[in-house]
Design a protein around this ligand. Structure first.
Ligand code: GLU
Length: 487
């Protein structure tokens, strides 16, 4: 396979979306697979939507996912700068060349005039196509218009022919001549439009394979014509199918997180995200579903990118995460757990590796790091206000004429004398079970409810050692004093 140079050119408007992450991933994989370059370029020419902090966020999210680049705004490279706002002079040069060659022309319609043209086309049930003036305006006309305060833009002079794109996923896609028109390449503020800047940068940065969302497929004719007009080579294309929610609607925030950072914050592993994202619109065949980044690079071929919409299934992603956690080494989990703690406010101290390892072990079977907090966070929060679950209180304390309360009182006394290790606590509980000839639950559950408010927590020995003796006894006393809603 030839070396394919790919790129990820986000417009910095916020956090990285899962759709953007998938695009970045595929571009990265393709470059790594073929030994080409992967370029990160910031397309920040839309000043109205620009959010400067978004660049750092996107870089951080990509780093977290393990997607790296060979050229980019943070590391530089032979084609720097990698922010379009720093390349305006380059685009201006090309605009001038296109104007001089008669392949572009000035236009100075006001938004109201354009609206009126669109409305009358609509009324006539015609597609709106910008009416090219004849003769074309001169530089003097443009200057006069600017003096009059009109917006002066530059439009591409569209040759008016069918344009066919050869796409590795969608095949040959043709835009008929009558649907092409003289689109804008330079805006009134002298900034290039997305089309112009994107095409120039891809060419100058040596990009020869373009992977991006299907939503850009309908724009590619413009890019092909611009390339021809500027004498650039045509790259290969692979448009990636749209990502929908499970109901087949456009994926949106309405039914949950869509940003990569939100999944990181919710306690997902990047390796599970990568694995799942790769399957959005692609599959390796042979029913293979689980793979690492290295395996993905090995397995990936654009021929297996599909045309049908992909489905973002949150349950499936959670299942992938659960499996990835089960398969990960403790060292890996420790590293990822510390990352999770570093970006979340939790009562769990993040600087004690031995404690964190114990917490990971005590919570085996967790699906996300957030599960650990839900189940064990309360044990590390000295000021926790315990909310006793009525069902748990009823079942484990109140039932049988308050047998649990009686047990709690006995435990309060006996725990006081107990050595505070998992083994000693477990032994004490076993002894009590034997003396009363009752099952574990009748002893362990009352304490569990007393110290956490719930019937679920790590093993009782772990639960109480995580808490410490003082907190355990205090919480038992508080519970006894509260004797919450028993009936
Ligand atoms: N800046 C565009 C975007 O953010 C890039 C589209 C492309 O890949 O050509 O979506």
């Amino acid at each position: 396979m030839d070396k394919l140079n790919t790129r990820f050119p986000p417009s910095p408007t916020g956090y990285l979306h899962v759709g953007g992450a998938r695009t970045a991933l595929f571009g990265f994989v393709m470059a790594r697979k073929t030994g080409g370059q992967f370029v990160l370029r910031i397309e920040d020419t839309d000043r109205a939507r620009h959010d400067e902090s978004a660049v750092d966020k996107i870089i951080e999210d990509l780093n977290w996912l393990g997607i790296t680049w060979d050229q980019g705004p943070d590391i530089g490279g032979e084609n720097a700068p990698y922010r379009q706002s720093e390349r305006l002079h380059v685009y201006c040069q090309y605009v001038q060349k296109l104007l001089a060659a008669g392949k572009a022309y000035y236009a100075f319609d006001t938004p109201e005039e354009l609206d009126a043209m669109r409305t009358s086309a609509q009324k006539a049930k015609q597609n709106f196509r910008y009416p090219r003036p004849n003769p074309l305006p001169t530089v003097e006309d443009a200057e006069r218009a600017r003096d009059e305060g009109r917006p002066v833009v530059v439009r591409f002079l569209c040759p008016g022919q069918d344009v066919t794109i050869c796409d590795d996923a969608f095949g040959d896609v043709t835009m008929p001549a009558d649907q092409t028109d003289d689109f804008i390449i330079q805006k009134g503020d002298m900034y290039p439009t997305y089309h112009l800047a994107n095409v120039i940068d891809d060419a100058l940065m040596g990009v020869n394979y373009i992977m991006r969302g299907q939503e850009f497929l309908g724009q590619s004719w413009r890019h092909k014509l611009l390339r021809e007009a500027m004498g650039f080579d045509e790259p290969g294309y692979c448009h990636l199918p749209l990502i929908m929610d499970v109901q087949g609607r456009k994926l949106s925030k309405r039914d949950g997180d869509v940003e990569v950072f939100a999944f990181r914050q919710a306690g997902y592993l990047p390796e599970a995200m990568i694995n799942y994202l790769a399957l959005l619109g692609w599959n390796p065949g042979n029913d293979i579903e689980r793979f690492s980044m290295a395996e993905l690079i090995e397995l990936f071929t654009p021929e297996r990118v599909g045309k049908t919409n992909a489905k973002f299934d949150r349950d499936k992603l959670l299942a992938f995460n659960t499996d990835a956690i089960a398969a990960a080494s403790e060292d890996r989990l420790l590293e990822a757990f510390k990352d999770y703690l570093s970006i979340n406010e939790t009562p769990i101290p993040s600087d004690d590796d031995d404690l964190l390892r114990r917490i990971l072990r005590a919570n085996k079977g967790f699906r996300t790091f957030a599960d650990i907090i839900a189940k064990s966070g309360i044990l590390f929060d000295a000021d926790a206000v315990i909310e006793y679950e009525p069902k748990a209180v009823k079942k484990w304390l109140a039932k049988g004429d308050g047998a649990g309360w009686v047990m709690l009182a006995e435990l309060r006394g006996r725990l006081d004398d107990c050595e505070w290790t998992v083994e000693a606590i477990d032994q004490l509980i076993a002894d009590i079970c034997q003396q009363h000839d009752i099952g574990m639950g009748k002893v362990a559950q009352p304490i569990r409810v007393a110290v956490t408010g719930r019937a679920v927590s790590p093993s009782i020995g772990e639960t109480l050692t995580f808490l410490g003796k003082e907190q355990t006894l205090l919480r038992i006393e508080n519970c006894m004093a509260a004797r919450p809603n028993e009936r």
